[in-house]
Design a binder for this molecule. Structure first.
Ligand code: FES
Length: 158
């Protein structure tokens, strides 16, 4: 077993902070259509010495062991970090306890980083990217009544 696999097995044997957080202040989600996995991260903040810090973080990931291991480590790492400190963390930082990820597994760490950034942005009130089928997409616009069938004309509203 490689060093990476060894650390991975240890990490997923007892993943930390797994599951939905009912009292979370924000939540972020990232999915990867290629492997079909998804990572969702919940954050709860508190005031400490006049600064907003992460009190706790939890996650859900479906299927991928590397994403589960990185998310578990990341949610531990995030405790006590300010929002700015959390923003500065890269996927390499978040997966550091596992050592360098094999090339095929790099996106697993990036998904955890993406879920973290999405949760941090959600807390700032930034709208997440619209989901396919919403009225902000081409598909959503095509389904609007003002577009008459027969003569397809897509009108993008500003
Ligand atoms: Fe896609 Fe790990 S294989 S998240």
């Amino acid at each position: 077993m490689s060093d990476f696999e060894d650390k991975l097995q240890n990490a997923i044997a007892n993943p930390q902070n797994q599951g939905e957080m009912s009292d979370a202040d924000s939540v972020g989600t990232v999915g990867n259509p290629e492997c079909g996995d998804m990572v969702r991260m919940w954050l709860k903040f508190e005031e400490k010495d006049g600064k907003k810090v992460i009190d706790k973080a939890s996650f859900q990931s479906f299927g991928c062991q590397t994403a589960i291991a990185v998310a578990s480590m990341a949610t531990e790492m995030l405790k006590g970090k300010t929002v700015e400190e959390a923003q500065a963390l890269s996927s390499t930082d978040l997966s550091a306890p596992l050592g360098p990820l094999p090339p095929m597994k790099i996106h697993c760490g990036e998904m955890v980083e993406g879920a973290l950034r999405d949760a941090l942005n959600a807390d700032k009130g930034t709208e997440p990217a619209p989901a396919t089928g919403s009225s902000n997409t081409l598909l959503g616009d095509m389904n609007r009544p003002k577009i008459k069938s027969g003569k397809l004309k897509v009108v993008l509203e500003k």
